[in-house]
Design a binder for this molecule. Sequence first.
Ligand code: ATR
Length: 278
Amino acid sequence: MINIDATTKIYGLIGQGISGSYSPFIHNTLNKYMGINSVYVCFETSNIEEAIKGGIALGISGFNITTPFKQKAIPFLKDINTQVKLLNSTNTLVYKKDGYKGYNTDYYGFLELLKRNNINVQNKKILVIGAGGTSSTICKVLDDLMITELHIANRTVKKADIIKENLNSIKKIYTMNLDEIDEEYDIIIQTTTVGFGNSKIPIDIEKIKKCTYAIDVIYGKEDTTFIKECKNKSIQTINGLDMLFYQGVKAYELFNDIKVSEKIINDCKNELYKKVYD
Ligand code: ATR
């Protein structure tokens, strides 16, 4: 545990419904291993503009941004990198003189989730449920990995259409309402904010006749309803903990302008998995 003093730097997570977040654990554990004098806390808010202004006024060194602000935060930033411009989603803010610069480390987090779980998406037909900030990032990863066919289903189809406009490698992209999905996919990826605990999931899993993998970006010890229903249909399931962890490591590296060694990354990951599942 670091000694908090007058020079301790403060970082935090801005979002809604974040009291159960593991981001503080990830960042504070990395601080412990790296011997860096900073703390990471949660800032629950309903007003992203005031939160960012407050961060500037108080000299908060950086933030992670989560639901529902990954897109809404962008107008209040001093600068964004090209990836944020492209993805229209930011999850990491680093304080620069007079304001914050926005980055996107979810892209890296999702790539690592695929890699660590040996999921090959090439030549696959994939359904992404949702069309918010997380979805736009994941769809771009799939576009860069050149999948064969992408279906984006969302309550608001217009938002799925906007994501589609920004993709250029996938030949077949279809957008649709949540009740218009096909019966067969290689992979289904759940990115909406519904589905915590026992809440109802946004698609009818009974419709699915064939699917190899189901990924839910939501993470936690308990399975989400989506994961439970997929398991019942003998679909292999993966939750979002790897994505959370690796986006967190990348954000930590940006916050501190350092590279974390593979050994420390693995030690921290082991601690996280123990904390979540033991
Ligand atoms: P994030 O940054 O985590 O992706 P977001 O940008 O707020 O969060 O996106 C939330 C996603 O969850 C959207 O796809 C949203 O659908 P809309 O675009 O129609 O708003 C979806 N979502 C939220 N509540 C929902 C609900 N009750 N039923 C279906 N979809 C829902």
